[in-house]
Design a protein around this ligand. Structure first.
Ligand SMILES: C[S@@+](CC[C@H](N)C(=O)[O-])C[C@H]1O[C@@H](n2cnc3c(N)ncnc32)[C@H](O)[C@@H]1O
Length: 404
Protein backbone atom coordinates (compact mmCIF):
# COMPACT_ATOMS: atom_id res chain seq x y z
CA UNK A 1 0.00 0.00 0.00
CA UNK A 2 1.27 3.46 -0.87
CA UNK A 3 -0.59 6.57 0.28
CA UNK A 4 -0.11 10.06 -1.08
CA UNK A 5 -1.64 13.01 0.74
CA UNK A 6 -2.37 15.93 -1.55
CA UNK A 7 -2.89 19.41 -0.16
CA UNK A 8 -5.63 21.49 -1.80
CA UNK A 9 -5.65 25.28 -1.64
CA UNK A 10 -7.67 26.35 -4.67
CA UNK A 11 -4.67 26.74 -6.97
CA UNK A 12 -3.37 23.95 -9.25
CA UNK A 13 -2.63 20.73 -7.36
CA UNK A 14 1.01 20.35 -6.25
CA UNK A 15 3.61 18.78 -8.54
CA UNK A 16 3.36 14.99 -8.53
CA UNK A 17 -0.42 14.98 -7.92
CA UNK A 18 -1.38 13.94 -11.47
CA UNK A 19 0.81 10.82 -11.29
CA UNK A 20 -0.47 9.89 -7.82
CA UNK A 21 -4.09 10.28 -8.95
CA UNK A 22 -3.43 8.30 -12.12
CA UNK A 23 -2.21 5.36 -10.03
CA UNK A 24 -4.84 5.69 -7.30
CA UNK A 25 -7.18 2.81 -6.57
CA UNK A 26 -8.88 4.72 -3.74
CA UNK A 27 -9.30 8.48 -3.25
CA UNK A 28 -10.42 9.91 0.07
CA UNK A 29 -11.45 13.52 0.74
CA UNK A 30 -14.11 16.13 1.36
CA UNK A 31 -16.92 16.16 -1.20
CA UNK A 32 -15.72 19.42 -2.78
CA UNK A 33 -12.20 18.03 -3.25
CA UNK A 34 -13.45 14.73 -4.70
CA UNK A 35 -15.76 16.56 -7.11
CA UNK A 36 -12.97 18.81 -8.30
CA UNK A 37 -10.04 16.40 -8.51
CA UNK A 38 -10.81 12.67 -8.12
CA UNK A 39 -10.34 10.60 -11.33
CA UNK A 40 -13.23 8.47 -12.61
CA UNK A 41 -11.32 5.19 -12.40
CA UNK A 42 -10.75 5.39 -8.61
CA UNK A 43 -13.08 4.41 -5.79
CA UNK A 44 -14.10 7.52 -3.84
CA UNK A 45 -14.68 7.76 -0.13
CA UNK A 46 -16.11 10.97 1.22
CA UNK A 47 -15.02 12.48 4.55
CA UNK A 48 -16.95 12.79 7.12
CA UNK A 49 -15.82 10.47 9.77
CA UNK A 50 -12.25 9.37 9.26
CA UNK A 51 -12.41 5.82 10.60
CA UNK A 52 -13.95 4.22 7.46
CA UNK A 53 -11.31 5.97 5.37
CA UNK A 54 -8.50 4.65 7.59
CA UNK A 55 -9.93 1.15 7.35
CA UNK A 56 -10.18 1.38 3.57
CA UNK A 57 -6.63 2.71 3.24
CA UNK A 58 -5.14 0.00 5.45
CA UNK A 59 -7.09 -2.63 3.47
CA UNK A 60 -5.26 -1.69 0.25
CA UNK A 61 -2.86 -4.40 -0.92
CA UNK A 62 0.89 -3.85 -1.17
CA UNK A 63 0.75 -2.79 -4.81
CA UNK A 64 -2.37 -0.61 -4.56
CA UNK A 65 -2.21 3.15 -4.14
CA UNK A 66 -4.43 5.52 -2.24
CA UNK A 67 -4.74 9.30 -2.29
CA UNK A 68 -6.03 11.47 0.53
CA UNK A 69 -7.06 15.08 -0.19
CA UNK A 70 -6.65 17.54 2.67
CA UNK A 71 -6.81 21.30 2.92
CA UNK A 72 -3.68 23.42 2.82
CA UNK A 73 -0.58 21.78 4.26
CA UNK A 74 -1.77 18.36 5.50
CA UNK A 75 1.15 18.23 7.94
CA UNK A 76 -0.12 21.31 9.78
CA UNK A 77 -3.07 20.48 12.10
CA UNK A 78 -3.97 18.03 9.38
CA UNK A 79 -4.44 14.45 8.38
CA UNK A 80 -0.80 13.37 8.34
CA UNK A 81 -0.78 12.85 12.13
CA UNK A 82 -3.89 10.66 12.00
CA UNK A 83 -2.41 8.52 9.24
CA UNK A 84 0.89 8.07 11.09
CA UNK A 85 -0.96 7.19 14.30
CA UNK A 86 -2.58 4.40 12.35
CA UNK A 87 0.82 3.22 11.11
CA UNK A 88 0.26 4.55 7.58
CA UNK A 89 3.40 6.09 6.12
CA UNK A 90 2.60 8.59 3.44
CA UNK A 91 4.09 10.85 0.85
CA UNK A 92 2.90 14.43 1.35
CA UNK A 93 2.42 16.92 -1.46
CA UNK A 94 1.62 20.10 0.44
CA UNK A 95 -0.30 23.14 -0.74
CA UNK A 96 -0.16 26.50 1.01
CA UNK A 97 -1.61 26.44 4.51
CA UNK A 98 -4.76 28.49 5.08
CA UNK A 99 -2.85 30.40 7.76
CA UNK A 100 -0.04 31.25 5.38
CA UNK A 101 -2.52 32.30 2.71
CA UNK A 102 -4.56 34.47 5.07
CA UNK A 103 -1.49 36.28 6.37
CA UNK A 104 -0.21 36.75 2.83
CA UNK A 105 -3.56 38.24 1.81
CA UNK A 106 -3.43 40.52 4.86
CA UNK A 107 0.10 41.55 3.84
CA UNK A 108 1.52 40.73 7.24
CA UNK A 109 4.42 38.60 8.45
CA UNK A 110 3.30 35.65 10.54
CA UNK A 111 6.25 34.26 12.47
CA UNK A 112 4.84 35.98 15.62
CA UNK A 113 1.33 34.57 15.15
CA UNK A 114 0.15 31.91 17.60
CA UNK A 115 -2.01 29.30 15.87
CA UNK A 116 -4.80 27.56 17.76
CA UNK A 117 -7.25 24.88 16.80
CA UNK A 118 -10.47 24.37 18.78
CA UNK A 119 -11.14 21.14 16.90
CA UNK A 120 -12.39 18.41 19.22
CA UNK A 121 -12.55 20.72 22.21
CA UNK A 122 -14.45 23.64 23.59
CA UNK A 123 -13.69 27.08 22.12
CA UNK A 124 -12.62 28.49 25.52
CA UNK A 125 -8.90 27.78 25.29
CA UNK A 126 -8.66 29.29 21.81
CA UNK A 127 -10.59 32.33 23.06
CA UNK A 128 -8.27 32.76 26.02
CA UNK A 129 -5.26 32.73 23.72
CA UNK A 130 -6.97 35.42 21.59
CA UNK A 131 -7.63 37.42 24.77
CA UNK A 132 -4.01 37.12 25.89
CA UNK A 133 -1.90 37.28 22.73
CA UNK A 134 -1.57 40.15 20.27
CA UNK A 135 -1.77 38.00 17.12
CA UNK A 136 -3.55 34.66 16.89
CA UNK A 137 -4.79 32.59 13.95
CA UNK A 138 -7.76 30.39 14.76
CA UNK A 139 -8.39 27.29 12.66
CA UNK A 140 -12.13 27.50 13.04
CA UNK A 141 -14.55 24.61 13.14
CA UNK A 142 -18.33 24.55 13.09
CA UNK A 143 -19.57 25.92 16.43
CA UNK A 144 -16.23 27.62 17.04
CA UNK A 145 -16.19 30.14 14.22
CA UNK A 146 -15.94 33.90 13.76
CA UNK A 147 -19.31 34.59 15.44
CA UNK A 148 -18.45 32.61 18.57
CA UNK A 149 -15.00 34.18 18.73
CA UNK A 150 -16.56 37.63 18.37
CA UNK A 151 -19.00 37.12 21.21
CA UNK A 152 -16.27 35.69 23.48
CA UNK A 153 -14.06 38.68 22.82
CA UNK A 154 -16.66 41.17 24.03
CA UNK A 155 -14.75 43.43 26.44
CA UNK A 156 -11.36 42.94 24.78
CA UNK A 157 -9.97 45.37 22.22
CA UNK A 158 -9.48 43.15 19.21
CA UNK A 159 -9.82 43.23 15.44
CA UNK A 160 -10.80 40.08 13.56
CA UNK A 161 -9.79 39.37 9.99
CA UNK A 162 -12.03 36.62 8.68
CA UNK A 163 -11.00 34.72 5.55
CA UNK A 164 -13.81 32.78 3.90
CA UNK A 165 -13.41 30.18 1.17
CA UNK A 166 -9.74 30.93 0.50
CA UNK A 167 -8.81 29.92 -3.02
CA UNK A 168 -12.47 29.25 -3.84
CA UNK A 169 -15.06 31.12 -5.90
CA UNK A 170 -16.39 32.99 -2.85
CA UNK A 171 -13.05 33.97 -1.38
CA UNK A 172 -13.25 37.06 0.79
CA UNK A 173 -11.34 38.79 3.55
CA UNK A 174 -13.37 40.85 6.03
CA UNK A 175 -12.05 43.01 8.86
CA UNK A 176 -14.50 43.44 11.73
CA UNK A 177 -14.62 44.17 15.42
CA UNK A 178 -15.78 41.38 17.74
CA UNK A 179 -19.35 42.70 18.07
CA UNK A 180 -19.80 42.76 14.28
CA UNK A 181 -18.30 39.29 13.95
CA UNK A 182 -20.79 38.01 16.53
CA UNK A 183 -23.76 39.63 14.81
CA UNK A 184 -23.54 37.97 11.41
CA UNK A 185 -23.15 34.58 9.81
CA UNK A 186 -20.06 33.42 7.95
CA UNK A 187 -19.43 31.15 5.01
CA UNK A 188 -17.47 27.94 5.67
CA UNK A 189 -14.67 27.07 5.46
CA UNK A 190 -13.10 30.06 7.14
CA UNK A 191 -10.21 30.97 9.37
CA UNK A 192 -9.73 33.98 11.62
CA UNK A 193 -6.82 36.22 12.42
CA UNK A 194 -7.32 37.96 15.76
CA UNK A 195 -5.20 41.07 16.30
CA UNK A 196 -4.76 43.44 19.23
CA UNK A 197 -3.54 46.15 16.86
CA UNK A 198 -4.05 45.63 13.13
CA UNK A 199 -1.44 48.28 12.30
CA UNK A 200 1.31 47.07 14.62
CA UNK A 201 4.46 45.70 13.03
CA UNK A 202 5.63 42.83 15.24
CA UNK A 203 9.20 42.82 16.49
CA UNK A 204 11.54 40.28 15.00
CA UNK A 205 11.91 37.25 17.25
CA UNK A 206 13.88 33.99 17.16
CA UNK A 207 10.87 31.88 18.12
CA UNK A 208 7.77 31.28 15.97
CA UNK A 209 4.38 31.97 17.54
CA UNK A 210 5.65 34.70 19.87
CA UNK A 211 8.44 34.75 22.43
CA UNK A 212 8.60 31.92 24.97
CA UNK A 213 6.80 32.79 28.21
CA UNK A 214 7.40 34.36 30.61
CA UNK A 215 9.81 36.74 28.90
CA UNK A 216 12.94 38.15 30.56
CA UNK A 217 13.37 38.87 33.45
CA UNK A 218 11.33 35.79 34.40
CA UNK A 219 8.64 35.74 37.06
CA UNK A 220 7.95 36.56 40.72
CA UNK A 221 9.33 39.98 39.85
CA UNK A 222 10.49 42.40 42.55
CA UNK A 223 7.89 44.87 43.82
CA UNK A 224 9.73 47.80 42.22
CA UNK A 225 8.82 46.35 38.82
CA UNK A 226 5.31 47.63 39.58
CA UNK A 227 3.99 51.09 40.33
CA UNK A 228 2.27 50.67 43.71
CA UNK A 229 1.10 52.43 46.82
CA UNK A 230 3.50 51.58 49.67
CA UNK A 231 2.81 48.14 51.07
CA UNK A 232 -0.15 47.63 48.71
CA UNK A 233 1.55 45.20 46.39
CA UNK A 234 1.82 41.45 46.77
CA UNK A 235 5.44 40.74 47.65
CA UNK A 236 7.58 38.79 45.26
CA UNK A 237 7.83 35.74 47.56
CA UNK A 238 4.08 35.57 48.13
CA UNK A 239 3.45 36.11 44.41
CA UNK A 240 5.77 33.21 43.60
CA UNK A 241 3.72 30.77 45.67
CA UNK A 242 0.42 32.27 44.50
CA UNK A 243 1.48 31.87 40.86
CA UNK A 244 2.45 28.24 41.47
CA UNK A 245 -1.03 27.60 42.88
CA UNK A 246 -2.84 29.55 40.14
CA UNK A 247 -0.94 27.78 37.33
CA UNK A 248 -1.47 30.51 34.70
CA UNK A 249 -0.65 29.37 31.16
CA UNK A 250 -1.82 29.87 27.57
CA UNK A 251 -5.45 28.88 27.15
CA UNK A 252 -6.48 29.75 30.72
CA UNK A 253 -8.30 32.78 32.14
CA UNK A 254 -7.34 34.25 35.51
CA UNK A 255 -9.34 36.77 37.52
CA UNK A 256 -7.39 39.02 39.86
CA UNK A 257 -10.07 40.28 42.24
CA UNK A 258 -9.16 43.30 44.34
CA UNK A 259 -6.22 43.62 42.00
CA UNK A 260 -4.64 46.78 43.43
CA UNK A 261 -1.56 47.52 41.38
CA UNK A 262 -2.27 44.37 39.37
CA UNK A 263 1.05 42.63 40.02
CA UNK A 264 -0.57 39.18 40.08
CA UNK A 265 -2.64 39.84 36.95
CA UNK A 266 0.40 41.17 35.11
CA UNK A 267 2.49 38.13 36.06
CA UNK A 268 -0.29 35.76 35.00
CA UNK A 269 -0.47 37.58 31.66
CA UNK A 270 3.31 37.32 31.31
CA UNK A 271 2.84 33.55 31.61
CA UNK A 272 0.39 33.58 28.70
CA UNK A 273 -2.94 33.52 30.54
CA UNK A 274 -5.84 35.78 29.66
CA UNK A 275 -6.45 38.02 32.65
CA UNK A 276 -9.19 40.19 34.08
CA UNK A 277 -8.34 42.55 36.95
CA UNK A 278 -11.24 43.77 39.04
CA UNK A 279 -10.48 46.89 41.06
CA UNK A 280 -12.84 49.67 42.18
CA UNK A 281 -10.26 52.29 43.21
CA UNK A 282 -9.63 54.77 40.41
CA UNK A 283 -6.01 55.55 41.33
CA UNK A 284 -5.19 51.87 41.64
CA UNK A 285 -6.74 51.32 38.23
CA UNK A 286 -4.40 53.93 36.75
CA UNK A 287 -1.45 52.06 38.30
CA UNK A 288 -2.78 48.78 37.05
CA UNK A 289 -3.08 50.03 33.49
CA UNK A 290 0.42 51.54 33.70
CA UNK A 291 1.84 48.27 35.03
CA UNK A 292 0.21 46.17 32.32
CA UNK A 293 1.43 48.55 29.61
CA UNK A 294 4.91 48.68 31.16
CA UNK A 295 5.18 44.90 30.92
CA UNK A 296 3.66 44.81 27.45
CA UNK A 297 0.73 42.61 28.43
CA UNK A 298 -2.98 42.82 27.90
CA UNK A 299 -4.90 42.85 31.18
CA UNK A 300 -8.60 43.56 30.86
CA UNK A 301 -9.40 46.01 33.63
CA UNK A 302 -12.86 46.13 35.18
CA UNK A 303 -13.12 49.28 37.27
CA UNK A 304 -15.88 48.21 39.62
CA UNK A 305 -16.47 46.50 42.92
CA UNK A 306 -16.81 42.75 43.36
CA UNK A 307 -18.94 40.74 43.75
CA UNK A 308 -21.33 42.65 41.45
CA UNK A 309 -18.60 43.17 38.84
CA UNK A 310 -17.97 39.42 38.61
CA UNK A 311 -21.42 38.46 37.41
CA UNK A 312 -20.97 39.21 33.73
CA UNK A 313 -17.40 38.00 33.38
CA UNK A 314 -16.43 34.88 31.44
CA UNK A 315 -15.79 31.81 33.57
CA UNK A 316 -12.26 31.74 34.99
CA UNK A 317 -9.85 28.83 35.37
CA UNK A 318 -8.18 30.45 38.37
CA UNK A 319 -8.96 33.31 40.74
CA UNK A 320 -6.62 35.32 42.92
CA UNK A 321 -8.39 37.18 45.71
CA UNK A 322 -6.28 40.05 46.95
CA UNK A 323 -9.09 42.02 48.55
CA UNK A 324 -12.76 42.03 49.38
CA UNK A 325 -14.98 40.61 52.09
CA UNK A 326 -16.89 37.38 52.62
CA UNK A 327 -19.35 38.21 49.83
CA UNK A 328 -16.44 38.44 47.36
CA UNK A 329 -15.01 35.16 48.63
CA UNK A 330 -18.40 33.45 48.30
CA UNK A 331 -18.83 34.70 44.73
CA UNK A 332 -15.31 33.56 43.79
CA UNK A 333 -15.78 30.16 45.42
CA UNK A 334 -18.82 29.58 43.21
CA UNK A 335 -17.52 31.07 39.95
CA UNK A 336 -16.52 27.68 38.52
CA UNK A 337 -12.72 28.06 38.71
CA UNK A 338 -10.45 25.06 39.12
CA UNK A 339 -8.13 27.03 41.40
CA UNK A 340 -8.78 29.79 43.91
CA UNK A 341 -6.07 31.51 45.93
CA UNK A 342 -6.76 34.08 48.65
CA UNK A 343 -4.05 36.21 50.25
CA UNK A 344 -4.91 37.17 53.83
CA UNK A 345 -3.19 39.37 56.37
CA UNK A 346 -6.09 39.32 58.86
CA UNK A 347 -6.00 36.00 60.73
CA UNK A 348 -9.69 36.10 61.64
CA UNK A 349 -10.47 35.40 57.97
CA UNK A 350 -8.39 32.24 57.69
CA UNK A 351 -11.00 29.80 58.99
CA UNK A 352 -13.90 31.39 57.10
CA UNK A 353 -11.93 31.39 53.84
CA UNK A 354 -10.87 27.77 54.30
CA UNK A 355 -14.42 26.71 55.12
CA UNK A 356 -16.03 28.65 52.26
CA UNK A 357 -13.71 26.99 49.75
CA UNK A 358 -14.22 23.53 51.30
CA UNK A 359 -17.96 24.04 51.24
CA UNK A 360 -17.72 24.89 47.53
CA UNK A 361 -15.97 21.56 46.88
CA UNK A 362 -12.31 22.59 46.87
CA UNK A 363 -9.43 20.69 48.42
CA UNK A 364 -7.91 23.40 50.56
CA UNK A 365 -4.35 24.05 51.64
CA UNK A 366 -2.99 26.96 53.61
CA UNK A 367 0.45 28.32 54.29
CA UNK A 368 1.77 31.29 56.18
CA UNK A 369 4.62 32.94 54.33
CA UNK A 370 6.98 35.12 56.36
CA UNK A 371 10.00 35.86 54.24
CA UNK A 372 13.00 37.68 55.63
CA UNK A 373 15.21 39.24 53.02
CA UNK A 374 18.95 39.50 53.18
CA UNK A 375 20.06 43.13 53.47
CA UNK A 376 23.41 44.77 54.13
CA UNK A 377 23.94 46.68 57.37
CA UNK A 378 25.89 49.97 57.12
CA UNK A 379 29.11 48.12 58.06
CA UNK A 380 28.49 45.61 55.27
CA UNK A 381 27.41 42.76 57.56
CA UNK A 382 24.43 40.75 56.31
CA UNK A 383 21.16 41.04 58.17
CA UNK A 384 17.57 39.86 57.73
CA UNK A 385 14.69 42.23 57.11
CA UNK A 386 11.25 40.69 57.60
CA UNK A 387 8.44 41.28 55.13
CA UNK A 388 4.78 41.32 56.14
CA UNK A 389 3.56 37.77 56.87
CA UNK A 390 0.70 36.61 54.63
CA UNK A 391 -1.49 33.53 54.78
CA UNK A 392 -2.26 32.00 51.39
CA UNK A 393 -5.32 29.80 51.32
CA UNK A 394 -5.55 27.87 48.09
CA UNK A 395 -8.29 25.64 46.82
CA UNK A 396 -7.99 23.15 43.99
CA UNK A 397 -10.84 21.30 42.37
CA UNK A 398 -10.31 18.66 39.74
CA UNK A 399 -11.47 19.41 36.21
CA UNK A 400 -13.76 16.78 34.65
CA UNK A 401 -10.81 15.48 32.56
CA UNK A 402 -8.50 14.93 35.54
CA UNK A 403 -8.13 11.52 37.24
CA UNK A 404 -9.68 11.32 40.69
C1 LIG B 1 -8.21 20.99 10.12
S1 LIG B 1 -7.50 22.56 9.77
C2 LIG B 1 -6.22 22.08 8.75
C3 LIG B 1 -5.36 23.21 8.33
C4 LIG B 1 -4.69 22.92 7.02
N1 LIG B 1 -3.83 21.78 7.12
C5 LIG B 1 -3.91 24.11 6.53
O1 LIG B 1 -2.71 24.05 6.43
O2 LIG B 1 -4.58 25.12 6.24
C6 LIG B 1 -8.56 23.25 8.60
C7 LIG B 1 -8.75 24.74 8.84
O3 LIG B 1 -8.53 25.44 7.66
C8 LIG B 1 -9.69 26.17 7.33
N2 LIG B 1 -9.80 26.17 5.88
C9 LIG B 1 -9.64 25.13 5.07
N3 LIG B 1 -9.85 25.49 3.79
C10 LIG B 1 -10.14 26.81 3.83
C11 LIG B 1 -10.46 27.76 2.86
N4 LIG B 1 -10.53 27.44 1.58
N5 LIG B 1 -10.71 29.04 3.24
C12 LIG B 1 -10.65 29.38 4.54
N6 LIG B 1 -10.35 28.51 5.49
C13 LIG B 1 -10.11 27.25 5.15
C14 LIG B 1 -10.81 25.44 8.00
O4 LIG B 1 -11.92 26.24 8.26
C15 LIG B 1 -10.13 25.05 9.30
O5 LIG B 1 -10.11 26.12 10.18
Amino acid sequence: MGVTVIGVDGAALPDGSAEALEEARLVVGARRHLDAHAPDHARKLELGPFQPALNALTALSADEHGVVFASGDPGFFGVVRTLRERGIRCRVLPAISSVQRLLAKAGRSWDDVAVVSPQGRDITQALNVCRARPAVAVLTVRGAGPAQLGSGLDGWRRTLVVAEDLGGPNESLTTVDPADAAARSWREPNIVLCLADPDAVPQRSWHAGGDPLPPEPGWALPEDEFSHRDGMVTTSEVRAVALAKLAPRPGTLVWDVGAGSGSVAVECARMGAATIAVEPDETQVVRLITNAAGHGVDVRVVEAAAPQALRELPKPDAIFIGGGGSDVLAACAHAGATRVVAALTALDRVATTRDALRYAGYQVEGVQLAASRLVDLPDGAPSLQPTQPVVLISGHRKTPGEQS
